[in-house]
Write a protein that binds this ligand. Structure first.
Ligand SMILES: *Cc1c(COP(=O)(O)O)cnc(C)c1O
Length: 444
């Protein structure tokens, strides 16, 4: 399968190149040239299959031309060694719990899949050409991405990960998930903001000296190997809903995705193209409402991000918007037909966490709360709603405890991270210092 750039000014790329480079030469995002449908007969009987079996069939549609079935199967199985169960919250509202992976957030799925596919291509190159250069993955994080990527790539040979994070602006729980690992993971504590971290990473990709000496790539949701695997759990959720509701659910299901950079929901939109009979989607936003305004007005105007309690969605210029436009051939009318929007203030999010807990005993995290609220407001008669619970509430323990006046339990996995010691390297917010650090520490 070839991948083209959403800017249409770069040559098409192979899967391998799209993964290793991350972004096209014209700064566009890669899109598969064709979207291969999943066999109707498989979709109709999906409820009889396991998560891994469903994911493998979906993975074959995307990557089957580039990775041999036995290898792809192994990648899928190693990625999905945890479940993503569907739980009924109330009446016609269900949730897909995407927080049972190593760092308790949905990004684990994409990060682990990307780590395994990159490793596959490195091994292939080594087998074909003898010794190869090592790959260095750079990632800037405000919290969740860093932990998912670091844990996804931990111990994967041939790959060194550098996580840049803003000093004093990441919660202790989040920080412990990527600063205590060691091995091939280097955490860099930048004396600056998240935007400064991102600017340092962006400059590194454009720096000629660096790119001549070391191979570097990005692991955020612009990367096709992180983005496409998110389609797996939409199919699996549908299969589970079919089993749970015992009636015909075709063309009744509404998926509601808490969205920031819009990678997760875009993967969902792909599943409809692949034949999953979903009725429509809702993109639930916090106060960062550029997409919501686009749906209302047809005008897309990026803004500086606004800090909220659902901070993994504090994005003012969602990068995957370009993919959505491409998918709907730049037609605002067509986008509006499939995707509705919602936007919530911190106070509304807090109230939703409270009312959901009081009425059904379910503890939402601030991101999932936006999804829950959007379904409460927008679900129509005859529809079946499912929101994606993107993180475990304990990842935002202080916020959630404060709202509910509880002391929610920390899963063992999170407690174990907190026991480790912090191994970060300090860095001034200065590109020359960052470059020197990379030259000293990167693997070549
Ligand atoms: C990253 C993240 C989101 C937003 O996902 P996108 O794919 O960027 O839209 C939502 N919730 C949580 C908990 C996240 O970590």
């Amino acid at each position: 399968m070839n991948y083209y750039s959403t800017e249409h000014k770069a040559p098409v790329a192979s899967l391998e190149k799209a993964i290793v480079k991350g972004l096209a030469e014209d700064k566009g995002l890669y899109m598969p040239e064709t979207i291969v449908p999943l066999q109707t007969s498989f979709i109709e009987t999906m409820e009889n299959h396991s998560f891994q079996e469903i994911a493998f069939e979906v993975a074959r549609c995307f990557f089957g031309q580039d990775i041999a079935p036995t290898e792809l199967k192994k990648i899928v199985e190693e990625t999905l060694n945890f479940d993503c169960p569907v739980v009924n919250v109330e009446d016609d509202i269900y949730t897909l719990e995407l927080f049972h992976g190593p760092t308790l957030a949905f990004k684990d799925v994409g990060a682990r899949f990307m780590a395994r596919t990159l490793q596959h291509f490195i091994r292939k190159e080594r087998a074909e050409q003898g010794k190869t250069r090592q790959t260095n993955v750079l990632v800037a994080t405000s919290g969740d991405t860093g932990s998912a990527v670091a844990n996804g790539f931990l111990g994967v040979d041939g790959i060194h990960v550098f996580v840049l994070y803003p000093k004093g602006k990441v919660s202790k729980i989040q920080e412990s998930q990527f600063t205590t690992l060691g091995k091939n993971i280097t955490a860099i504590e930048v004396d600056g903001t998240f935007d400064d971290c991102q600017a340092l990473v962006k400059r590194a990709f454009m720096d000629d000296d660096l790119n001549q000496e070391i191979q570097i790539t990005s692991a955020n949701s612009i990367n096709v190997a992180r983005f496409l695997p998110q389609a797996f759990y939409y199919f699996y959720a549908y299969a589970q809903l079919k089993r749970l509701s015992k009636e015909d659910i075709d063309n009744k299901v509404v998926f509601c995705t808490p969205s920031g950079n819009f990678g997760n929901i875009t993967a969902g939109l792909f599943t409809k193209r692949m034949g999953l009979p979903v009725k429509r989607f809702i993109a639930a936003n916090n106060a960062n409402d550029v997409f919501y305004k686009y749906l209302k007005t047809g005008v897309y105007r990026p803004q500086p991000s606004i800090p909220t309690i659902a901070n993994a969605m504090d994005v003012g210029a969602p990068s995957n918007f370009a993919r959505i436009l491409e998918l709907y051939k730049h037609s605002w009318e067509a986008v509006k037909k499939d995707v509705h929007g919602a936007t919530y203030t911190d106070d509304m999010i807090k109230e939703a966490i409270r009312s959901c807990y009081n009425s059904c005993g379910y503890v939402l995290d601030p991101h999932g709360a936006c999804g829950y609220l959007a379904l409460k407001e927008d679900l129509k008669e005859g529809e079946l709603g499912i929101f994606l619970e993107t993180a475990h509430p304990a990842k935002f323990k202080e916020t959630v405890d404060d709202i509910l006046r509880t002391d929610i339990q920390m899963p063992d996995r999170l407690q174990d991270f907190m026991k480790g010691s912090k191994l970060s390297l300090p860095l001034a917010n200065n590109f020359e210092d960052f470059k020197a650090l990379l030259f000293a520490k990167a693997t070549v």
